[in-house]
Design a protein around this ligand. Structure first.
Ligand SMILES: [Zn+2]
Length: 162
């Protein structure tokens, strides 16, 4: 029999109630079950020490995740940034096009969000308008995969909030 709280193989387990979940517990964990065990979002129940150990591993994995995610991407509102930056400089689209040695139609399309500027043009725009067009991608519900998110959970996430 496997104790669901400490995962050890024991001769016998007993069903105990932890936060309204029935859990097979070994005699050793039994005394913690009613008071000390925590319930995860997934409905798993474990001892705080076990959850803590898991949490430490999750944190380390998340740390690594952040370190490997270092690419800057074109900001989603790049067209607004270009327009605002140009207006701040009191330049017309014509002026900006000339100063960058680009066609006005390119500037218009960029400001409308119709086209994404090339890396070279991004650099030119940033310098000419004193703006930032690239930023580190944020992982959110739309873009971050569910798998990554669950790996990045902390102990705080594990403990079910009532
Ligand atoms: Zn146990």
């Amino acid at each position: 029999m496997i104790c669901e709280l400490c995962s050890s193989d024991v001769p016998r387990t007993k069903l105990v109630m932890v936060e309204s979940a029935a859990v097979s517990s070994c005699p050793k964990c039994e005394k913690y079950a009613s008071s000390g065990a925590v319930k995860t979002k997934e409905g798993k129940v474990m001892l705080p020490s076990v959850a803590e150990r898991l949490g430490t591993r999750e944190r380390r994995m998340r740390q690594k995740d952040i370190l490997t995610r270092g690419e800057k991407e074109l900001a989603f509102d790049y067209h607004q940034r270009v327009r605002k930056g140009r207006q701040k400089m009191t330049m017309s689209q014509d002026d900006l096009a000339k100063s960058l040695n680009e066609k006005k139609s390119i500037i218009v399309k960029i400001e409308n969000g119709d086209i994404r500027p090339t890396d070279k043009l991004i650099t030119k725009l940033e310098r000419a308008l004193d703006i930032t067009l690239k930023e580190y991608l944020e992982t959110d519900d739309d873009h971050g995969s569910k798998q990554q998110r669950s790996e990045g959970m902390t102990l705080g996430d594990f403990i079910k909030r009532e």
